[in-house]
Structure formats: structure tokens, C-alpha cells
Design a protein around this ligand. Structure first.
Ligand SMILES: [Fe+2]
Ligand SMILES: [Fe+2]
Length: 396
């Protein structure tokens, strides 16, 4: 999940982004062409598109890891089995969405639904926009499994491969699949949101994919997932906290359970990168710096609902205002990872490695300084209608 903040920070070319890719406007050339062809409303234009065009993406670099390094991942097969696969939870011990939802086979079903809807009345529209955005992000899971399977040396070559890497990816996906399921069913039952608009957004998003700039390179890929799992841990943790404050203990529990999965996944991905630092400190620190220079693009950055061309940015602005995921969190995650991987203490690096080390270690404070400057210039935030909440207006 995650974020873009305010219009000013978005314009800063230096600011690390919780933001959309900076190479292109939020409209793809195809969108621009479509509007140039006239035809009044965007709804009409959209009806003419047979499928979702990819929205803005960067120039795509592929296979940037030198092929000989694939051997590193092959040699880590047994290590991954002993250290990473053990972080998965057996299915029989996992919670399932049904554990937190009204039981449709019970006599008390309607009563339980009524209670859920009563509790949901206490939650604000802005809270729902953030929760919907988080849910949509989870629901684009096919994209994330695809992304993991783009990575050289660790991809699932057959769909049922028995390498540790492939087993991890499938089981990780299976665990993650519960997150979108649970939030989707909760939101449906709450009656507070426009499910059809949300479902359209999910379909657009899965059709658009994502552009994380990981270049088929598992160094970049696992640094990216380390960052992302922590970002989702933080944001689901914050939606849990807010639900509790607003009196919806059951929803707090739902978001909290999801957050704890994210934390376990963060542990796995950061452990893989820790191992890469041990085997290849130079290559790993340079990959870390490369990923941070490019900025961590959030998984749902290509979000679109058929109406709002900057939907992700707008949802992110609400999440920032509510404190669910903020620019400060971005800097905090980076600082956490620098510490987690002992980047400051790396020795024996090449000249380029030392430069990369210096860059990532200095980056959290640079981000914070820039963000403070931007915050000082922020003017009154505009308001906007969100299709997810029946076009009601919210302040960004
Ligand atoms: Fe998740
Ligand atoms: Fe996750």
C-alpha cells in the first residue's frame, strides 16, 4: 500500500516518492489521444477501450543482474529452505477471513451483519477511503505474484516448481490472498462504500500492473519487497489503531491480524537481503542505493477508477492526513532498513560501494529535511469527490 502526499512534494524532483513515477504525466499517451478524439465524457471514452491500456511506466530496464550471479540464488536453495520457508505459517494454523466475519450458515447471521453495520456507522468517510485503497492494493495480488516471478534465479519456472524460492512465492501469495478477501467482504457488508466502483478500480489496477523498476533483478526485487512489507505493516497497523479509537474493535482486530502477517513477511524478505549483504556486500549496497535513487513506487500507483486520473495520489493524500501512511513513515522505513542491514558498518567496499553506502545512510535525514520544507509551504488542501464513497466530497 501507500503513498503520495501533497501536491508540493509531488512536484519536487528530489523528493523520494511515495509518488507516481515522475517520467510521465498521470495520463498515458493513449489517454491523451483518446480525449483528443473528443467524445464528451470519459465514461464514453472508456467504453470504447477494449482492454485497459497500460498507464504511465518508465523506460523498462530488464535483466540487470549479471547472469553469473544467478548461481548465488541457486546456492542459497537449502539456506532458504531452513531460514525462509520456516517463516511461513502452516495453513491449518492460519487465520481465515471467515474467522472475523458473520457466519452465513448460522441463525445469528443477520444479527451479526446488523452489528457490523452499526459499528461501521461510527467510522468516517476518510477512514473508509483509506481502508478501500488498502483493500484495492491487496486485491491486486496477481500483479505482485507476477512481479516476483519476473526475478531471475528465483522465479517459479513451472507454476509448481519445487525450488525453495518458488515454494515461498506461492505460499506467500496464498497467505496474502486472505488480506484482500477479508477486507473486501468486510467492506461489502459494511454498506458504506460503492462496491461496483471499487470492483472496477480493482479490475483496472490488475489490468495495468505495476512498475517497480526491479529489472528482473532479485537484489532489487527483495529490497523492494522488504520496504513494501514494512510499509503495509505500518499502514494496516494504523488502520487498526484508528478503528480501535473509533470503537470498532472487530475491525481493529481484522487490520491488526493482517498487519502481523505483513510483519512476518517483512522478516523473511529482510532476512534474504541480510544474506545477500553477507555474500555480496558491494553488489547489495549498490542495489539498495539504486532502488532508493529510483524511489520506492507503491504497488498500487497505477490505480484508476474510470474517473479520477490521479486517484492514487488522492487516496494517498487522505492516508497522509489521517496518519495511516506518511512521508515520515517512508523515511522511518528506510532508516530501519539501513539499521537492520548494518549498512553503516559495512567494510571492504569498492569506491562505488562506499558511495552507495554514504548515499543510503544519509538519505533518511535528507528526506526529512525536504519534507519539512515542503510542509512549511503547504496551502489549504483542496477537496475532491471519491467514487468509492458514492461521490461524496472529502478534503485531501
Ligand atoms: Fe497484504
Ligand atoms: Fe504483504
Amino acid at each position: 500500500m501507500a503513498l503520495k502526499l501533497n501536491p508540493l512534494s509531488f512536484q519536487s524532483p528530489k523528493l523520494p516518492s511515495f509518488s507516481l513515477p515522475q517520467t510521465a504525466s498521470s495520463r498515458s499517451p493513449k489517454f491523451v489521444m483518446a480525449s483528443a478524439l473528443r467524445s464528451g465524457s470519459k465514461e464514453v471514452e472508456n467504453l470504447k477501450k477494449p482492454f485497459t491500456p497500460p498507464r504511465e511506466v518508465h523506460v523498462q530496464v530488464t535483466h540487470s543482474m549479471p547472469p553469473q550471479k544467478i548461481e548465488i540464488f541457486k546456492s542459497l536453495e537449502d539456506w532458504a529452505e531452513e531460514n525462509i520457508l520456516v517463516l511461513l505459517k502452516p495453513v491449518e494454523k492460519c487465520w481465515q477471513p471467515q474467522d472475523f466475519l458473520p457466519d452465513p450458515s448460522s441463525d445469528g447471521f443477520y444479527e451479526q451483519v446488523k452489528e457490523l453495520r452499526e459499528r461501521a456507522k461510527e467510522l468516517s468517510d476518510d477512514y473508509f477511503v483509506v481502508l478501500v485503497g488498502d483493500m484495492i492494493t491487496e486485491e491486486a495480488l496477481p500483479t505482485y505474484q507476477t512481479m516476483l516471478n519476473t526475478l531471475d534465479g528465483v522465479r517459479d519456472e513451472t507454476g509448481a516448481s519445487l525450488t525453495s524460492w518458488a515454494i515461498w512465492t506461492r505460499a506467500w501469495t496464498a497467505e496474502e490472498n486472505r488480506h484482500g478477501d477479508l477486507l473486501n467482504k468486510y467492506l461489502y457488508l459494511s454498506g458504506r462504500v460503492d462496491m461496483k466502483q471499487i470492483e472496477k478500480t480493482i479490475q483496472y489496477l490488475v489490468g495495468s500492473g505495476m512498475d517497480p523498476r526491479t529489472e528482473n533483478n532479485p537484489y532489487l526485487g527483495f529490497i523492494y519487497t522488504s520496504f513494501q512489507e514494512r510499509a503495509t505493516f505500518i499502514s494496516h497497523g494504523n488502520t487498526a489503531r484508528l478503528a480501535k479509537e473509533l470503537g470498532d474493535i472487530k475491525l481493529a482486530q481484522i487490520c491488526g491480524m493482517i498487519a502481523s502477517d505483513e510483519k512476518r513477511h517483512e522478516t523473511a524478505y529482510t532476512k534474504i537481503v541480510e544474506k545477500l549483504f553477507e555474500i555480496d556486500p558491494d553488489g547489495t549496497v549498490m542495489a539498495f542505493a539504486d532502488m532508493m535513487r529510483k524511489k520506492i513506487t507503491m504497488p498500487a500507483h497505477l490505480m484508476y477508477d474510470g474517473h479520477d486520473d490521479n486517484l492514487f495520489e488522492h487516496y494517498s493524500a487522505v492516508a497522509q492526513r489521517l496518519g495511516v501512511y506518511t512521508a515520515k513513515d517512508y523515511a522511518d522505513i528506510l532508516e530501519f532498513l539501513v539499521g537492520r542491514w548494518n549498512v553503516e558498518k559495512l567494510t571492504g567496499l569498492s569506491g562505488a560501494g562506499r558511495k552507495a553506502q554514504e548515499y543510503v545512510c544519509g538519505l533518511p535525514s535528507r528526506i526529512r529535511r525536504l519534507e519539512e520544507r515542503v510542509q512549511g509551504r503547504v496551502k489549504q488542501a483542496p477537496s475532491l469527490r471519491f467514487s468509492w464513497i458514492f461521490d461524496r466530497e472529502l478534503q485531501l
